[in-house]
Design a protein around this ligand. Sequence first.
Ligand code: C5P
Length: 221
Amino acid sequence: MDQNLVIAIDGPAASGKGTLARRLADYYHLPHLDTGLTYRAVAHKMLSEGLALDDAALAAEAAQQVDLSNLDKGPLSAHAVADAASQVAVYPQVRRILVDKQRQFANQPGGAVMDGRDIGTVVCPNADVKLYITASPQVRAARRLRDIESRGGTASVEDILADIVKRDERDSSRADSPMRPAQDAHLLDTSEMSIEAAFLAARAIVEDVLAKQEKTHYMSR
Ligand code: C5P
């Protein structure tokens, strides 16, 4: 019996993929890696050491030092870090180094839930289930604003929307591993869904795929 389960979740910023990934990981008792944090860790190191973001060799050195067991979400969640992350994410050297680390995580015994932009296409092309989560830019901006406000911050929805559109454009137009759904990905638009409804829809897709693969031992966990 195949005891391995790898779930790949991709999608743009603030689509809800992170929340879904955590919920699915919890449900299936699998470890979870938010691969965005690895790009953010590179960006954060460069920003805090005053290194030029357009230096691909320095970014690759910073990528070598990323330790998956030590990704502190706090300092990595800043807005400036997200933008810088999408700048260093265009460098093929950086991607190669981080993808290698991400694959090691995905290949651990039992499997994993991975979320990012290129999981179904590049990092885990053989994942058991691939989900591509979307939501309209307006809905994503409103969600991001609620998120910021719930942590005591302030921002304008227009600025957030402009940032989301800019980051989507950069992430989907880069030459190496652009953000896009894998051919065999299941698309889920969460624009009109609550977190709970999105989780139930995602779980239903996973269960359906597992039933077809006869991996039914996962279904009643
Ligand atoms: O998901 P998150 O917003 O934390 O990602 C930050 C940036 O890292 C993205 O905008 C993208 O440029 C990059 N990224 C990537 N590939 C991934 C995950 C994130 O290029 N698998």
